[in-house]
Design a binder for this molecule. Structure first.
Ligand SMILES: O=C(O)C(=O)CO
Length: 302
């Protein structure tokens, strides 16, 4: 380590192919077992849920551990001491925002009902709410929240911004109880922290007006699944969930059977945008580390 040629471990053939011209010694390690070397300058973590695989870094010396996720919940608990961890800021925001919009529109306009009816019966034409002139609350003002707002703006909605703490143009979490009764949709894009666990619970849902849509593209545990299920059974609200708790949801879970619930399989970041963006980020980290400079996107030092 520390000599001129960096050692980099990559978890997938596709990433190795995208980075085949980098100035580094490239190893393949998917972190499902021990490290190929006791010292690896840059370890790129596989894109699989959870962070238990980080435990394979125990006893390995690194300069940087680069994730392919934006969210880093669970990382502090699993990353052994001595490592610097960078997240994938800049990779997933646009793709996740696209899915949030797709879920919101599909939910508002009853696309799930049309799809369910396809080939079984001719769906009844019925009135669905438009997004136009509605109030949409974007919960979370990080990169994903901002990307959602940018994409929502042409739909002529009034956007209500909420973040953990209030600032100009942004409401704080403490104001949620007053804001919820006046919005037709909520898009949840907050990180999972001690403060956000079960933020979308029974009390939150009860304050929303009839017919409101709740979209969650954050983490399943930001919402209380039992409270969502209770509310969804009544048919009063609509839900569009890219993330669930547990995840994945068991195939026989009642939420899958309810006509006012759409569920996607944590697919927010999974688009063709991901691989080139991850490759660009890793390339940049290699250049920075090679130059002895500080890496970007560092969110944790253990
Ligand atoms: O980047 C993340 O944290 C994701 O969940 C991508 O879908």
């Amino acid at each position: 380590m520390g000599n001129s040629r960096l050692t980099v471990s990559l978890p997938s053939a596709s990433l190795a192919e995208a980075l085949e011209d980098v100035e580094a010694e490239v190893l393949r390690w998917d972190m499902s077992g021990p490290a190929p070397r006791p010292e690896i300058d840059l370890v790129v973590v596989p894109y699989i849920p959870g962070s238990e695989h980080l435990r394979w870094l125990d006893g390995v010396t690194t300069r940087l551990v680069q994730a392919q996720y934006l969210g880093y919940d669970g990382v502090a608990e699993n990353l052994p001491p001595g490592h610097v961890y960078a997240n994938a800021r800049g990779v997933h925001e646009t793709s996740t925002a696209e899915l949030a919009l797709a879920l919101l529109l599909a939910s508002q306009r009853g696309i799930g009902a049309f799809v369910r009816a396809a080939g079984v019966r001719t769906p009844e034409p019925t009135w669905y709410p438009s997004l136009a002139d509605r109030r949409v609350l974007v919960l979370g003002q990080g990169g994903v929240g901002r990307a959602i707002e940018e994409r929502l703006t042409p739909f002529e909605v009034e956007i209500v911004r909420v973040a953990r703490t209030a600032r100009e143009g942004v409401h704080g979490l403490a104001e949620l109880p007053q804001l919820l009764p006046s919005v037709e949709a909520v898009v949840v894009a907050v990180p999972l922290t001690d403060k956000s666990v079960h933020l979308v619970g029974a009390e939150f849902l009860a304050r929303l007006p009839d017919g409101a849509v709740v979209v969650n593209v954050a983490r399943g545990r930001v919402a209380d699944t039992a409270a969502i299920l209770r509310e969804a059974r009544t048919g009063r609200l609509r839900f569009a969930l890219d993330v669930t708790d547990p995840e994945p949801l068991p195939v026989d879970h009642e939420l899958f059977t309810l006509p006012n619930v759409l569920i996607s399989p944590h697919a927010g970041g999974m688009s063709t945008a991901m691989l080139p963006r991850v490759a660009r980020l890793v390339r940049r980290q290699i250049e920075l580390l090679s130059a002895g400079a500080e890496p970007v996107n560092v969110v944790l030092r253990r």
